[in-house]
Design a protein around this ligand. Sequence first.
Ligand code: FES
Ligand code: FE2
Length: 460
Amino acid sequence: MRQSDGDHGVVPDVYRLSPAFIPRSRYHSADYLKLEREQLFTNTWLAACRMEEVENPGSFLEFDVTGRSILIVRDGDGELRVFHNTCRHRGTRLATGRGRTGKLICPFHGWRWNLDGSINYVLDPEQFTASCLDDLTLMKVPFGTWGGWIFINLGDDPEPLDEYLDPLPNFLELLELDKMRLRWSRTTRVRCNWKHSLDAFSEAYHVAQSHPQLVRKDHERTNPPTLRELENRYAVEAQPLGRHSRWQFRPRPGSYSRLTDDLDLLANRIEYVARAGFTFMEQDVELADSLRGKQVPENMTGRQYFLSLRADHMRRSGIEWHELSEAELSRSEGNYLCYPNMIIDVVTQGVALIHRAFPDGDDPESCLFETSVLQLQPEETREHPSTVEPEFYDDWRDFDWGPILNQDFNNMEQMAAGGRSSAFLGHNINTVQEMMLYYAHETADHYLFGAPLPERKVVG
Ligand code: FES
Ligand SMILES: [Fe+2]
């Protein structure tokens, strides 16, 4: 088996993958989480925040990952700077949360740094040794930007960000994630492994059973699906993309399609999903209303007609809209895992539902899970710095996330609770629809155990 071959690095038996099988230890073992905290989160590129969250000179933001605090700063000249958030006197955190400042001032003894990281002030410097004062510049963290995110890497000599992300940017380029702006961002604690929470979005095999309202015309009806409803589904295919992966919908002939020729049904669906699933925009809701009672012109499919109306409507709303062909949309849309811990869910042009998950301390059965929405916005709105205040809920039940996410949160915790049973040996993976989970674990073997990065053929 590949994982124990010669110089491929050896994966301990207890964690070893076998074809389409992921052992439970990867989700429930404290030792495995320790490895992830020390080897995975420190050697991969992590999306730390959006560019617009540190847009103004002097704005800063603290990014905490597995107990390591990073400070992202926009200096007075508008340059981005990323530092370890640790005072060079005695290690105190220099700043917490987010805000705006002219200097970074240590709250303990008042040493000060300029926003470019150079030392600005030391109290009683003559009382320190010369070698201590030699270099007090803040310690830099490698960073890069893509898609409107600032990525950081805690490794000593990380490979370039674009090599790490390849080929993800190529598939997502036309969707203009870099032009999107944050609409809201909410984080909550969930009683499951951090990977359980991402796995809940890494396949659509669960959709008919977990979200039956999405496979029927009456979206308000959430009673369990009949067998017929369970099988009247989309075909969904997982595809590897280097270290990353995605799944895409492939409507089956005869299935209840998300873009139907019946414009009343389409309007209902858009209104429901915009409210419950956040993968349509408020502009789509306005558009949906105007679809009612209309007929699809004879020379067009429902999808083509909808897309052309949508482009007009978005432009009228002041959004700079590049109309994509059906082929371009089909190549770009999907649910992507940007390895290791960010899901980029783009069901339709103009809006992205983003999920990030982080371990919660050293408890393998708890995580911090963030959901946010990015949207293309009218020019005049885009020019203003982000005013989005991230929200935090200690328990996901403290907020109503809408029917779809509530169902997903429930799944995450039930997965974690059931998986705690010693009778459960591991995850048996659907080899077509659930392979994103498996690909992610194969990639993890590289960072955790020195296995070579899997060579996977990129489809599309
Ligand atoms: S610990 Fe920061 S100034 Fe003393
Ligand atoms: Fe779901």
